[in-house]
Design a protein around this ligand. Structure first.
Ligand SMILES: Cc1cc2nc3c(=O)[nH]c(=O)nc-3n(C[C@H](O)[C@H](O)[C@H](O)COP(=O)(O)OP(=O)(O)OC[C@H]3O[C@@H](n4cnc5c(N)ncnc54)[C@H](O)[C@@H]3O)c2cc1C
Length: 431
C-alpha cells in the first residue's frame, strides 16, 4: 500500500521555517506599499536568508540553481508562500518568472540561458509573459494575431498585448507571436525573448483593475498594456523551434496551476484564520459569532472545502511527479476551477463575518477578495477547464448499442429473470 499522506520530518522542518519566516519577515512588508526599487531593496536581505536555507528557486533542477524538489514538495511550499502576495518573490519562484525560467531551462540555447536564465535565477532580472491580446479571445490563444515576420536573420514583431503581469517592472518579455499563419492552428505561433527596452516595444500603461483600482507606476504586481511596433529582434530571440509556441506554453501551464492552487489554499487559510479569530470575540444578539450556527457552518464548510482542495491539488502534483504532466491533465484542470471557487467562498465568508471591517481596507480581506476574482480568469477561464474535464471524462463512456440506458430497470429485470430462471423454478417447485 502506498497511500502516504505524511511529510518527511526533514522537509517539514523547512516548511516550519518558511511558515514563521513568511509571517514574521514578509507579511509586515505588505503594509508599506513600496515602489519596485524600494521593494527590491527591502527583500534583498530576505532573499539571502532563503538562499542560505537552500529554498531559493526551488522549482528548478539542481544544475540550474534550484532544489529539484518535484511538484508535491513545491506545492507544499507554495501553500505557505501564497499566504502573502510577496511570499513567492522572496523565494525566487514568483509568476511569471518561475514559468519563464522553466521554459528557458527546457528549450533555451546555452547563450539564451547565459543571457536571460542565469540573471533571472539570480534575482538580478525580472520578466513577463505576453500571450493575451485585447482584440482576441485569450481563452482560445490559437486566434492570436501578433505577428513575427522573418527579415533576413532578424524577426520583426507587431501587435497589441494586454494584462501582461509585471511588464512595467520586467527586464524582458517572452512574447508569443504568429510566425506561420498558414500552419495548422496549434503550429502557427512561436515564442520570442524581447528586451523591455527594444525599440518599438512600449509598456503603454498599468491597467486599473479590481485588484489594483488605482495602479501606481513602477509597482510590483501590475497588469500592463504592451504594444509592439516593428520590434526587431535577432534570430537568437526565438525560443525553441519556430511553430513550437503553444507546445512550449503548455510546459509552463501544468505545474504552474498546481502552484496557483496551493497559493490559493494559503490565501484561503489566511482568510479562514481571520474568520475564526473574529468568531471568538465579536458579540451580537447574546453570544459571540462563533456560537451562531451559520458562522459555525461557514467554519466547518470552509475547513472541509480547503481540505478537499488541498488533497486534490497534492494528488494532481503527485500524478505529475510520478507520471508526467500529460497524465495529470484532468486533475490539473479540475483543481483550477474548483480551487478558484473555494478561494472566493472562504474569503467571502471571512468578509461577511467581519461586517463593515471586512469590507474596509483596514484588513487585507478586501484586497484578497478582489484579487481572488481573477483566479477564475487567468491561466484559462473556468469554463474552458470544466470543458476539458468533461471532455476527458466522456472519453471513458460510449453510447449503448441498443440506445437503451445500461441501468434501465425493466431491461435489467428481463435479463435477470432469464439468468435466474432455473433458480426460480427450483424455488417454486419447493413451495
Ligand atoms: C490578473 C490577471 C493576470 C493576467 N496575467 C497575464 C499575463 O501575465 N500574460 C498573459 O498573456 N495574459 C494574462 N492574463 C490574461 C488571461 O490569461 C486571460 O484573461 C484569459 O486567458 C481569458 O482571456 P480573455 O480575457 O481574452 O477572455 P475571453 O477569451 O474573451 O473569454 C471571456 C469569457 O468567455 C467565456 N468562454 C471562453 N471560452 C469558452 C468556452 N470554450 N466555453 C464556455 N465559455 C467560454 C468565459 O466565461 C470567459 O471568461 C491575465 C489576466 C488576469 C485577470
Amino acid at each position: 500500500m502506498a497511500w502516504d499522506f505524511s511529510t518527511e520530518p526533514e522537509f517539514q522542518q523547512k516548511l516550519d521555517w518558511m511558515t514563521a519566516f513568511v509571517r514574521e519577515e514578509i507579511r509586515p512588508l505588505e503594509t508599506l506599499e513600496l515602489t519596485w526599487p524600494q521593494l527590491l531593496t527591502a527583500i534583498a536581505p530576505l532573499q539571502q536568508q532563503v538562499k542560505a536555507q537552500q529554498l531559493w528557486a526551488a522549482h528548478l533542477d539542481p544544475e540550474l540553481g534550484g532544489q529539484g524538489y518535484g511538484q508535491v514538495k513545491l506545492g507544499l511550499m507554495h501553500e505557505i508562500l501564497g499566504s502573502s502576495p510577496l511570499g513567492p518573490i522572496v523565494f525566487g519562484c514568483q509568476a511569471p518568472d518561475s514559468g519563464n525560467a522553466e521554459i528557458l531551462a527546457a528549450v533555451g540555447t546555452d547563450e539564451q540561458k547565459r543571457r536571460w536564465l542565469d540573471p533571472l535565477l539570480a534575482g538580478e532580472k525580472y520578466s513577463a509573459f505576453a500571450l493575451t491580446e485585447p482584440d482576441n479571445a485569450g481563452a482560445d490563444p490559437t486566434n492570436l494575431q501578433t505577428t513575427a515576420v522573418r527579415d533576413g536573420d532578424d524577426w520583426v514583431l507587431d501587435g497589441d498585448k494586454w494584462f501582461i503581469s509585471n511588464a512595467s517592472t520586467a527586464d524582458f518579455v517572452i512574447v508569443v507571436a504568429v510566425t506561420d499563419p498558414d500552419a495548422e492552428r496549434h503550429r502557427r505561433a512561436s515564442q520570442f525573448i524581447v528586451p523591455i527596452d527594444a525599440p518599438g516595444l512600449e509598456v503603454v500603461r498599468d491597467i486599473a483593475s479590481m485588484e489594483n483600482p488605482s495602479p501606481r507606476e513602477n509597482t510590483y504586481g501590475s497588469h500592463c498594456e504592451v504594444t509592439l511596433r516593428d520590434v526587431r529582434v535577432g534570430a537568437d530571440a526565438l525560443l525553441g523551434n519556430s511553430g513550437d509556441g503553444f507546445l512550449i506554453a503548455q510546459k509552463r501551464l501544468g505545474p504552474g496551476r498546481i502552484h496557483h492552487c496551493m497559493r490559493w489554499i494559503g490565501q484561503a487559510n489566511r482568510a479562514f484564520d481571520m474568520m475564526c479569530e473574529r468568531a471568538t470575540y465579536r458579540f451580537a444578539h447574546g453570544s459571540v459569532l462563533g456560537e451562531k450556527q451559520t458562522v459555525r457552518n461557514w467554519i466547518a464548510d470552509s475547513a472541509a472545502e480547503m481540505q478537499a482542495l488541498r488533497l486534490m491539488t497534492l494528488q494532481a502534483a503527485w500524478v505529475i511527479d510520478t507520471q508526467g504532466t500529460k497524465a495529470a491533465r484532468k486533475e490539473i484542470a479540475m483543481i483550477k476551477y474548483f480551487g478558484a471557487k473555494i478561494l472566493h467562498d472562504v474569503i467571502d465568508r471571512a468578509v461577511q463575518t467581519h461586517g463593515s471591517l471586512g469590507y474596509s481596507s483596514d484588513l487585507p480581506l478586501d484586497f484578497m477578495y478582489r484579487a481572488a476574482r481573477a483566479a477564475r480568469l487567468y491561466d484559462g477561464p473556468d469554463e474552458v477547464h470544466r470543458d476539458t474535464v468533461a471532455k476527458l471524462i466522456l472519453r471513458g463512456y460510449e453510447a449503448p448499442t441498443d440506445r437503451i440506458p445500461t441501468e434501465h430497470v425493466p431491461t435489467r429485470r428481463r435479463a435477470a429473470q432469464e439468468r435466474y430462471a432455473a433458480l426460480f423454478d427450483e424455488i417454486l417447485a419447493s413451495v
